[in-house]
Every structure is written in structure tokens, then in C-alpha cells.
Design a protein around this ligand. Structure first.
Ligand SMILES: [Zn+2]
Length: 491
């Protein structure tokens, strides 16, 4: 969680996606209706970019940013649309993902960069993403899946009314929900083969990377939002890409390389997994070392920390809490903004202090959303959400801690909400403030053996073994020869 405000660009972007036009498709050469004009596409990219950056942050590593820019620019030049104002960025997220926004904006997470094992794998995915742009695939919004995909708390069905507020607070991530049809994904895979081959990479490596993605999703149920969600069968995709790559190389003989060592040296030292500076949970306490605060999490609640908010809920999903930033210079001003933003009806409010910080408690209700026929449903205790909001001024920010449940269960939940909010306090424990993330360290295998034996001889702990196998794109029993570069993890 980095705490940025909800961007307002998305509404405009969606409106533009819906705008109709007619133009020739640069890849197929066919005339198509419902294509946006190039100017509209560029406007979407430009308007979305600040919200992507605000949501994730850019990963601070100049040589990695230079690498993606250099390769992206080279590939854009040989693509079907060389003249767009392309931009390529690595964003600071541990999730394994890459995505493209119309107009030439391409993003890779540091999570996916950590999982490539050579430049060719990266180039294949880069070609796939550029392909969505050059083939003018019209992205569609998967709003129905918003909560299940980002929403965060995996496997939890939150009462629908309660989800509303979290969803509103989460709109900045809507961009990630752009998805394409299967036909478009297949076309992008083909373009990935073509484009990466044209700049000299062996596209069979791209096929191997689908193997890594498959292992990742099989293992942890980790969602891989745009990259493979529309492909129910990654094994089949792997086979097809491998076949296209082989055909391409047969038809266009030349030198196609993987560049394994250069790539591994490039990502040596890269942050892997969650970065504790963006907040972490330990023994049912959430700590935020950068913003220097902490608060407790009720026993047995589940939680999710995302770049813009921290959410938590009991397993029955009948209440939930949400911490996010509020806008305003004072708690009073912030309260007014919250009321306006979520369309709340205030029941009562009161100034207070929380562990020495100026604060305000606000009890409010959110009327039920409009029914199917557009009529306002009658407000009653079963469908009205009551919300307790604590606005807390601390360290130059105002935090909004919301606790919400249906009106008829509010009283029984209030004490829990209160025990969380009233224990929001400053964080000064140096042990928590100085937590370091895991980083990828590239080592030369000190001996021949299985990957597992080699990792053990490099003192890798047992609990990192499976992660390391996936990161290296291997199985633990695969043979490694002495001197081979492999990924290890350490602080
Ligand atoms: Zn795709």
C-alpha cells in the first residue's frame, strides 16, 4: 500500500473506448468498424498513465527501465505501427503481470521481470503486449469480476452492499481489469513470435515461459490477471507458440538468441515478493514502515494490502474494514469529502483524539443501490449499510479507517471496529522500521547436481525451494552443471 488518491482518468478512458469509429486494421489490413481513432487511443494512454504510476509506482532501477525502453523501442520500430508515441515501464508490483494500454503504453511488473530467465522470454511477452496495441484489440472492462480479481480478499464473498465502498475506493486499478477475447490473445501470441524473432530472439523461449506461468497459477491459485485469464489451456498455448516459432525460424533462417546470462545479470539485486516498506502484517498487526504507523487486525480476520488501500474482513464476509487516505487539510474537511465521495447520510459525528492524533468519528449510512428497474429500494435494516469512519490526522496525512456492516448487525460489530481504529498509533520499533525485502541474487552453481542440491549448497532455506524452482524456470530435480548462473534469494 502506498496510498495515492483515486484517479479520475478512468471514466474518461472508458467513455473513449465506447466511442465508435471506422478504420483499417494495421495488422490484418481489413476495414473494421468500432475502431478508435489513433488520436483517441493516444489520449487514453496519456490519460491513464498517471493513474498507473500513482497506483503502483515505477520500480526504481534505471538500468532495468533503460533495458525495457531500449528493447521496446526497437520492437516498436519493426512493428505494424511504428509511429505511436510508445512508452515502456517497469512498475513496482510483486504480481506477475504485463499489460498494454491503447496508444502505445506498455507496463511490466517487477514480479514478471523476476520470473523471466532470459531476454527472449521477456521479448516474447513484450511482443504479445505490443501486439494488442498494433492489432488494435479493443479492450473490454471486466467490471463484474472487479472484486473477485483485485478484491481482494481471495475466496471471500463479501456481502454485495459492503463491496460497493471498497470497489469505489479501488477504481484506480480498473485498468488492470482490461481483458481481451481469446481470438485476440491468440493473435497477440502470433505477433509476439513475429516481433521478438524480428529483433533477433528465439521465440521458442516464449513458449517455455508459458510453462512458468502455468506452474505459478497451479501452485498458488495466484491470479495472473490479463496475461492468461482468457486462456483456459496454457499447455496448448505453449505448444502453439513453440510451433509458430519453429516455423518462423525455418522460413527466415538466421541467428536467434536467448541471452540468458545478460538477462540474469540485469535483474541481479531486484526486489522479489512483497516489499515491507509498503506495509506488512505480523502477528495480527499491520505495520507501515514508510508512513510509520501500525494498527491491530482482529483475530482470524483475513486481509489484503494493495497499493491504494488495506482491507480486512472476518471469514463470513458480513462486515469489513478498509483503510485508505482521505483528502483534505483538516479532519473536518476530510469528513466532508468522504461523505460526498461515497454519498453517505451522516447519523452523527464527533471530534476526538486517537493516541495523541487529531481525529473525528463519523457514523453514517449508505442507501441501497438502485434496483433492477432503476427504482430506489426501500431502505431497511437488511439492505442498508452502516459505516463507522475514523478520520485520523497523522504524519502529514489524513487516514480514513472505515468499518462497515449491515445496519442490523452494526452494534455487534462496532466494538471490533473501535478496537482497531483506537489502536492506530505511530510505529517506532526499529526492528519493524528496518525490514528488508528479499532480493534476487545471481550465483554461479558451485557444483554439479540437481537444482535442489545446488540451492542447498548455496545455503538456501527449505521454505524458499519451491519459489526458487519456479523463479529459475526449472524443477528441483533438474540437473544443473557447475558454473551455471542461477537465481537465489537473500535480503
Ligand atoms: Zn494478452
Amino acid at each position: 500500500m502506498k496510498y495515492y488518491f483515486k484517479p479520475r482518468y478512468l471514466v474518461l478512458a472508458v467513455a473513449l473506448v465506447l466511442a465508435q469509429g471506422c478504420a483499417r486494421n494495421p495488422v490484418t489490413g481489413k476495414r473494421e468498424i468500432s475502431l478508435m481513432s489513433t488520436e483517441q487511443e493516444i489520449a487514453i494512454g496519456q490519460q491513464s498513465h498517471p493513474s498507473v504510476v500513482a497506483t503502483f509506482g515505477l520500480y526504481e532501477d534505471q538500468k532495468l527501465q533503460n533495458f525495457i525502453k531500449t528493447k521496446g523501442t526497437a520492437m516498436a520500430k519493426i512493428s505494424h505501427r511504428p509511429d505511436l508515441p510508445y512508452q515502456f515501464h517497469v512498475v513496482d508490483s510483486p504480481v506477475v503481470n504485463a499489460f498494454a494500454v491503447p496508444g502505445g503504453y506498455v507496463y511490466f511488473t517487477r514480479g514478471i521481470m523476476a520470473h523471466f530467465n532470459n531476454e527472449a522470454e521477456f521479448a516474447g511477452v513484450l511482443g504479445h503486449e505490443i501486439g494488442h496495441i498494433t492489432a488494435r484489440h479493443s479492450a473490454r472492462q471486466q467490471s463484474g469480476q472487479l472484486l473477485s480479481q483485485i478484491g481482494l480478499i481471495a475466496g471471500l464473498v463479501i456481502a454485495p452492499q459492503l463491496g460497493g465502498l471498497a470497489e469505489a475506493a479501488q477504481q484506480g486499478l480498473g485498468l488492470l481489469m482490461l481483458s481481451y477475447s481469446r481470438a485476440h490473445e491468440t493473435e497477440s501470441d502470433q505477433l509476439g513470435v513475429e516481433y521478438s524473432s524480428k529483433i533477433g530472439y528465439d521465440a521458442r523461449e516464449m513458449a517455455d515461459f508459458f510453462g512458468t506461468l502455468k506452474t505459478l497459477s497451479d501452485r498458488s491459485g495466484q491470479s495472473l490477471p490479463t496475461f492468461q485469464s482468457t486462456h483456459p489451456d496454457p499447455a496448448n498455448r505453449e505448444k502453439k507458440v513453440s510451433q509458430w516459432a519453429t516455423e518462423y525460424q525455418k522460413a527466415n533462417p538466421g541467428n536467434y538468441s536467448a541471452e540468458r546470462e545478460d538477462y540474469l545479470r540485469l535483474i541481479d539485486g531486484m526486489v522479489y515478493g512483497n516489499d515491507p516498506k509498503q506495509g506488512f502484517v505480523e502477528d495480527f498487526v499491520f505495520y507501515h514502515p514508510e508512513l510509520k504507523f501500525q494498527f491491530p487486525i482482529p483475530r482470524n480476520w483475513i486481509y489484503e494490502n494493495s497499493p491504494s488501500q488495506f482491507q480486512m474482513a472476518p471469514k463470513d464476509g458480513k462486515s469489513m474494514m478498509l483503510l485508505t487516505l482521505a483528502q483534505g487539510n483538516t479532519v473536518e474537511e476530510a469528513a466532508q469529502n468522504v461523505v460526498k465521495q461515497y454519498n453517505l447520510q451522516v447519523v452523527e459525528n464527533q471530534a476526538t483524539t486517537i493516541n495523541g492524533n487529531r481525529a473525528m468519528v463519523l457514523i453514517s449510512r449508505q442507501a441501497p443501490q438502485q434496483g433492477q428497474q432503476g427504482q430506489q429500494q426501500a431502505q431497511n435494516a437488511d439492505n442498508t449499510v452502516q459505516i463507522a469512519t475514523w478520520l485520523i490526522q497523522y504524519g502529514g496525512n489524513i487516514y480514513a479507517m472505515h468499518g462497515m456492516s449491515y445496519l442490523n448487525q452494526f452494534t455487534s460489530n462496532f466494538r471490533t471496529f473501535q478496537s482497531v481504529a483506537e489502536n492506530f498509533r505511530s510505529l517506532s520499533d526499529p526492528d519493524k522500521l528496518n525490514r528488508k525485502p528479499d532480493r534476487i541474487r545471481i550465483k554461479s552453481a558451485p557444483r554439479d547436481g540437481t537444482l535442489q542440491e545446488v540451492l542447498q549448497s548455496l545455503q538456501m532455506p527449505a521454505n524458499h525451494m519451491n519459489d526458487l524452482a519456479v523463479l529459475n524456470g526449472m524443477a528441483l530435480k533438474d540437473r544443473v552443471t557447475r558454473g551455471t548462473l542461477i537465481k537465489t534469494l537473500s535480503k
